[in-house]
Ligand binder design. Structure first.
Ligand code: GTQ
Ligand code: FE2
Length: 349
C-alpha cells in the first residue's frame, strides 16, 4: 500500500495517526480557545431594566435573566467554558416560580432589599453583598416583597453540566414552595465560623450546611485578612467555603471576594482555572496577557485558563472590591489545577 493510500485508508476508518497530528493535540500548555472578555455595566444595566417591558417571571419564561454569553463560546452561551454569569432582576410583588435543575448556582446580591429565595423549603432573605447557594437539584423560587427593583448576579455551571451530559430540569408541582424548614436555618446554625456545629445527619438544608453568607461576615473577614495575610496575586482575598465539609462552596464552582486598597497593584500570575470577575465596588484595571481592561462598578471580566493577569486599583482614595466565580474545584478534583507567578517578578519584592 502506498503511503498516500495508507493515510486515506486509516482516516476512512476514523483512525488518526498520532504522528501526523499537530502540536495542538498534546500541547505543552493549555491552548487559548477563547479570549478574555469584558461586559460594561453601562451596557448591561439599562437592558436588564428594559427587560421588565418584555417579560414577567412565570409568564413565558421562568426568570428575568440576561446571560453573559461570551462571543467565542456561542455553542454553549458560556461566560467561561465551564460557567455562566447572568444578571437577574425581580420587581416588587413578582414571583419567580419554583423549579430545580442539575446545574448548581450561587447568587451575589447587588441592589435592593425585600426579596428572598427559598431553597428546598428554606427561605433566605437577600441583601446587598450577600452570597447565597443553590446546590444541584435543589428546588428554588424567588419572590420580592420589598420596594424597587432587586438585582443580583447568578453564577451557574451550566456549560460544564451540559458537556458532562448531566443536564436535567424539572418544574415544581406548584408555583411556589411552602416553607418546610425554619427560615434562615442554615445561617442560624452555621453562621458562626470556627465554632463547629455537630448537627445530626438528617439536619435539613439543601446542602446540609450554610447557604447564605451575609455581607457583614465577608466584610469582617476581608478586613482581618488585610491586616495579617495579603496574597501577592490577589490582595486581601477570602474564599466562600462550605463550613461543614471545609471544601469549596459548591463541588464545581468556587467563589471569592477580594479587596484592593487605593493604588494597590497585585503581582502577575496564571492558573488553569477560569474566572469571571464582577466589580462590586471601585475602579481599576486588569492586565490580561499584556492587554488592559479598565473596569468600574458593575463590570464583568472573564479570564480564560492560563492567561497571565494582574489587577490594579486606580483610585487613590477608594477601596476596590472584586467578587469572582471560578471552576477551580473541578480542576483541583481532576488533578489539573496549576498556578504560577510570573518568573520575572519572582525575586522582586
Ligand atoms: O434563578 O433559578 O441565571 O434557573 C439561570 C437559570 C437563574 C434561577 C439563571 C436559572 C436561574
Ligand atoms: Fe433555577
Amino acid at each position: 500500500m502506498s503511503q498516500e493510500d495508507y493515510y486515506q485508508d486509516v482516516r476512512e476508518h476514523h483512525l488518526e495517526p498520532l504522528w501526523t497530528i499537530g502540536d495542538w493535540f498534546l500541547s505543552n500548555e493549555p491552548l487559548r480557545v477563547y479570549r478574555p472578555y469584558q461586559w460594561h455595566w453601562s451596557d448591561v444595566y439599562p437592558r436588564l431594566m428594559a427587560a421588565a417591558d418584555h417579560m414577567v417571571p412565570g409568564q413565558g419564561g421562568a426568570r428575568r435573566v440576561l446571560v453573559y454569553a461570551h462571543p467565542d463560546l456561542t455553542q454553549t452561551l458560556g461566560t467561561t467554558h465551564t460557567l455562566n454569569v447572568a444578571m437577574q432582576m425581580i420587581l416588587p410583588g413578582e414571583e419567580a416560580p419554583a423549579h430545580r435543575h442539575t446545574p448548581l448556582a450561587i447568587r451575589f446580591i447587588i441592589t435592593g432589599q425585600g426579596a428572598s429565595t427559598t431553597v428546598n423549603g428554606e427561605r433566605m432573605a437577600m441583601g446587598s453583598g450577600d452570597f447565597l447557594v443553590t446546590p444541584r437539584w435543589a428546588w428554588h423560587d424567588h419572590r420580592h416583597e420589598g420596594e424597587g427593583p432587586m438585582v443580583w448576579m447568578d453564577g451557574l455551571d451550566i456549560p460544564l453540566t451540559r458537556w458532562m451530559g448531566g443536564m436535567f430540569v424539572e418544574p415544581y408541582s406548584a408555583s411556589m414552595q411552602e416553607e418546610s424548614v425554619p427560615s434562615q436555618q442554615s445561617a442560624k446554625v452555621f453562621g458562626t465560623a470556627g465554632i463547629y456545629p455537630k448537627v445530626s445527619e438528617d439536619f435539613k438544608t439543601a446542602n446540609g450546611s450554610l447557604m447564605v453568607y451575609p455581607w457583614e461576615a465577608t466584610r469582617k473577614a476581608l478586613e482581618a485578612v488585610r491586616e495579617v495575610a495579603l496574597n501577592p496575586f490577589d490582595g486581601a482575598i477570602v474564599e466562600y467555603r462550605n463550613p461543614r465539609s471545609g471544601g469549596p462552596v459548591l463541588p464545581s464552582l468556587g467563589a471569592t471576594m477580594q479587596s484592593l486598597q487605593p493604588r494597590e497593584t497585585t503581582k502577575t500570575h496564571r492558573h488553569t482555572s477560569s474566572v469571571a470577575y464582577y466589580v462590586f465596588r471601585g475602579e481599576g484595571c486588569t492586565d490580561i496577557d499584556g492587554q488592559m481592561y479598565d473596569w468600574s462598578q458593575g463590570d464583568v471580566i472573564v479570564i480564560p485558563p492560563w492567561h497571565w493577569h494582574r489587577h490594579r486599583n486606580m483610585s487613590s482614595t477608594q477601596e476596590a472590591l472584586l467578587f469572582a466565580i471560578n471552576d477551580e474545584p473541578v480542576m483541583q478534583n481532576l488533578g489539573l489545577y496549576r498556578e504560577e507567578g510570573l518568573p520575572s517578578e519572582r525575586d522582586a519584592d
